[in-house]
Design a protein around this ligand. Structure first.
Ligand code: ATP
Ligand code: MG
Length: 388
């Protein structure tokens, strides 16, 4: 079972069985809903999940199944919940509720307690929490990711479970390589990765024969023969001869390596990442190769954009003061939006915001952190445009 978190905010209507409202809507991919969710593109009925991403097993049920009342699952989120979640960048720690409770106590009886409680509830309900992903494998094993995950991790895992190879496309630093590692972890497969460049020879995938006649195997051979998730990182940077090898490996159930034919292991899966959709260079990614249609055709494509709730969490985990993190996020996201609006060939990735937070937390000045992590030698004209 894969639970894919749907709502960014806690439910508006509480669970009918136990009355709790600190829950989220998610899709259970094992329970097929009649159509794919228009927002998440996931086919799976609505279920309630806890804040940590695990299934809400309601103890208050009469049938003893632990499931909430069946009609809850069909309801899904209200229209209000389904609207774009408001951006509340600072994750609120559980201590905040306690602090707010103390505040309520301090203000009572001067101010109406019920009114304050309603305000507190509203504030907490609007907090956007990053996605947490839980995978339940076919053999019943459960993998719960402890940290925050990109909201697309669930989709990538579902596609891989369905036997697809997945190409993740997105700008630099959005978390593609991390998703590849986590997908292997989620599926219980060994993780292999190779970062491709125009100089990467085909022998790096195929292995090679030494003059002595001994075969030197590659990581790819290991995964192909014994199973594992192989990540072709920077696929749009690869030499066409390497793509041809990849194509042959994915097209057939066997493959000619320099020493012998090898049968593809049933647990071999491939995931690739790229900054472009394989149609050649773009303004921001100038050196990228076009990928031939036959190779592209082997992959399901997932677009991996910046996940702002994940970016929030990574910035806050640097230990920088909350209000300074806010300042960094507002500044970096403003630059990102301007770069996009002006179609500028610059990449303002989450690495910029996280890097700035780290430098500020270590005592660097705002100006020097901007120079080191964001401006990075940009000329005045370009900088004024992006920073305008
Ligand atoms: N879920 C996550 N939890 C913790 N850190 C993360 C997570 N996702 C991404 N990161 C961090 O964000 C940074 C960028 O992530 P990653 O390298 O996976 O991005 P990418 O999309 O592969 O980038 P590129 O296109 O440049 O290869 C890394 O430092 C990584 O550790
Ligand atoms: Mg990467």
């Amino acid at each position: 079972m894969v639970l894919v978190k749907h709502s960014e905010r806690t439910v508006r209507k509480p669970c009918r069985s136990c009355g709790r409202s600190d829950l989220y809507w998610a899709h259970d991919t094992d329970r097929i809903y009649h159509k794919a969710c228009p927002r998440c593109e996931v086919t799976g009925s609505f279920v309630l999940i806890e804040r940590d991403g695990s299934r809400h097993n309601c103890r208050n049920t009469t049938d003893g199944t632990g499931d909430p009342a069946p009609d809850m699952e069909l309801d899904g989120p209200t229209e209000d919940e389904d609207r774009e979640a408001p951006s509340v960048p600072a994750p609120v720690s559980p201590d905040v509720q306690t602090a707010l409770g103390m505040l309520v106590g301090a203000l009572t009886p001067q101010v109406d307690r019920a009114e304050i409680e309603a305000m507190v509830k509203e504030a907490v309900a609007n907090v956007v929490f990053p996605t947490r992903t839980v995978v339940e494998r076919a053999n019943g094993e459960r993998k719960e990711f402890t940290g925050a995950t990109h909201h697309k991790l669930g989709d990538v895992i579902i596609s891989l479970m369905a036997g697809e190879h997945v190409l993740m496309v997105g700008p630099a630093g959005t978390g593609k390589s991390t998703i590849a590692e986590q997908a292997a972890e989620g599926l219980g497969l060994k993780s292999y990765s190779i970062s491709l460049s125009p100089q990467t020879p085909a022998s790096q995938l195929l292995g090679y024969m030494q003059a002595t006649g001994d075969y030197v195997p590659s990581l790819f051979r290991e995964a192909y023969e014994h199973g594992g998730l192989f990540h072709f990182d920077e696929m749009d940077n690869a030499h066409p001869s390497v793509l041809a090898v990849m194509n042959a490996a994915l097209a057939n159930g066997h493959m000619a390596f320099p020493d012998q034919m090898v049968k593809r292991h049933p647990d071999f899966r491939a995931v690739a990442s790229a900054n472009t959709y394989g149609r050649g260079a773009t303004r921001s990614y100038v050196g990228r190769q076009a990928i031939d249609a036959a190779t592209l055709d082997r992959f399901s494509v997932e677009t991996i954009e910046v996940d702002e709730t994940l970016e929030n969490e990574l910035c806050h985990s640097t230990g920088l003061e909350i209000d300074q993190v806010e300042q960094v996020l507002t500044f970096v996201r403003g630059l990102r939006a301007n770069a996009e609006a002006h179609s500028m060939p610059v990449v303002i990735s989450p690495r910029a915001s996280v890097g700035m937070c780290r430098l500020l937390a270590a005592g660097r000045s705002w100006e020097s952190a901007v120079q080191a992590r964001v401006r990075r030698g940009m000329g005045d004209t370009e900088w004024n445009k992006i920073n305008g």
